[in-house]
Write a protein that binds this ligand. Structure first.
Ligand code: GAP
Length: 451
């Protein structure tokens, strides 16, 4: 049942312009997806909701947008060059490649052979050349997480703002991982976006802050429309922690293929600031870090009471945008029987809907109706809730179907009576109720959807 629903959801994503496979006209690229006209709006709305909660509404967080191309030094001292690997094995019979930890009974999923090579570490980072000479002497990585430049910019942010511990730096943007087996639609891809907060705290207060952020992140996903019963918490066992982590809690969502990670919250301790810092010996670093002879900067703060310099601990909530979009689409997708027909509707929260309202002139290209519809569109667009669409198809039934499928909270029809009585018919996506509303009241009626 879940799999069928997933197929229908993937079909809807293509049909209605949410998600396409990348480079499809050349056969498609595995693990790479393109967000279409509706997908880009949904994705941006999700990112904006994250930014509002994690940066704007707080008094202890600043934002950042760092470069994607990353110096090898950053990823050497972060530990990614040596440890950011997955166990790779080859099937000697059909020559396919697999992640050994994802195989069942050490069997090739492609041909069923057990004739596999020993697993060897495969580094997931993509490399590229910097500058016009590609002789291997100057290269960069495409960042595998957005987090590292938050650590390397720690002092820049501190010096240019008036922050003191505890405070955080938030960043959203692309990350790249050369996954051995991408798949499950947009769940595991090779190019994706992350929404990450690095929240710096005094050592000793880290466990309290860790608990705080786990709860805050659960609450946020529920506000975005994820049902509580579809979320689970998994505390990573100590033998499965990333190299930087003292404790990690994963928020798992019930994806169509089962419960899997949507977001991870990690206690990164003083690992990253400690490993990127100059003259590490001056500090009492508790994590096991590599000796650093390249850094030019101390990433430390002064305790105002004791005057002693220390390296803060860091709590990191890190969520994937693609996984968020997938979870929200899965949560919102509904099929209902209406008058003997199946109605497909995306019950997205209005702040996430790609289109906030559709304005539909009853007759296509009728100048008076279209002009009136344009006026309404411009008025609602200016309210800043997001994209409002003029739907000049002349087919009300078809427009309602399309906007139900993309999750538009309200459709507003402009008919010939509108020209006389200055009122429009407003249809609610969820109840399908229709009401006549005067144009003068429309803006406040519309704004209530986003309270
Ligand atoms: N900075 C910490 C970090 O990157 P992670 O658990 O590797 O931790 C964080 O990644 C989040 O990024 C995951 O919870 C997931 O939502 C998303 N993510 C990671 N790899 C992904 C992939 N290959 N495709 C899509 N999303 C991914």
């Amino acid at each position: 049942m879940a799999v069928e629903k997933s197929d229908d959801l993937v079909a809807l994503c293509k049909r209605r312009g949410f998600i396409f496979q990348s480079d499809e006209i050349y056969g498609g690229q595995k693990g790479l997806y393109t967000f279409g006209p509706m997908g880009v709006e949904l994705k941006n709305n999700l990112k904006q909701a994250w930014w509002k909660t994690m940066v704007w509404q707080r008094d202890d967080v600043e934002g950042l947008d760092a470069s994607i191309l990353t110096s090898p030094n950053v990823l050497k001292y972060s530990g990614h060059e040596s440890t950011f690997t997955d166990p790779l094995c080859d099937c000697k019979d059909c020559k396919s490649r697999w992640r050994e930890d994802q195989l069942t009974d050490s069997t090739c999923p492609s041909c069923g052979s057990k004739n596999l090579t020993e697993a060897r570490p495969f580094n997931l980072m993509f490399k590229t050349a910097i500058g016009p000479v590609d002789d291997g002497s100057s290269f960069a990585y495409l960042r595998p997480e957005t987090a590292q430049q938050i650590f390397t910019n720690f002092k820049n942010v501190l010096d240019s703002t008036s922050r003191s511990i505890p405070f955080g730096i938030g960043q959203m943007g692309k990350s790249f991982r050369n996954e051995i087996t991408p798949g499950k639609f947009i769940f595991r891809v090779r190019e994706f976006e992350q929404m990450e907060l690095e929240f710096f705290v005094k050592p000793g207060t880290d466990e309290e802050w860790f608990k705080y952020w786990v709860q805050a992140r659960i609450d946020w996903w529920v506000e975005q429309g994820i049902k509580k019963e579809n979320l689970e918490i998994l505390e990573a066992p100590s033998n499965d922690l990333s190299h930087y982590s003292k404790a990690t809690t994963d928020l798992l969502y019930k994806f169509p293929h089962g419960f899997e990670e949507l977001e991870g919250i990690a206690n990164r301790q003083d690992f990253d600031l400690g490993s990127h810092t100059k003259n590490q010996a001056e500090f009492d670093i508790s994590a096991d870090v590599m000796e650093n002879k390249d850094s030019t900067t101390k990433l430390a703060v002064q305790d105002l009471e004791t005057k002693k310099w220390y390296i803060p601990y860091c709590i990191e909530p890190s969520a994937g945008v693609e996984r968020g979009v997938f979870a929200l689409l899965n949560e919102a997708y509904k099929e209902e029987e209406v008058d003997g027909k199946t109605r497909v509707v995306l019950g997205l929260k209005p702040h996430l809907s790609p289109i906030k309202a559709a304005i539909i002139p009853l007759k296509r290209n009728n100048e008076d109706l279209v002009n009136q519809a344009k006026d309404i569109k411009n008025t609602l667009q200016k309210l800043g809730m997001g994209r409002v669409m003029l739907e000049n198809s002349g087919n009300i039934g078809k427009s309602y179907r399309r906007h139900d499928e993309i999750g538009t909270p309200i459709c507003i029809t402009v008919d010939f009576e509108t020209l006389e009585d200055k009122a429009v018919t407003v249809r609610d996506r969820d109840t399908m109720e229709q009401k006549r509303i005067s144009i003068s009241e429309l803006a406040s009626y519309y704004e209530k959807y986003f309270d």
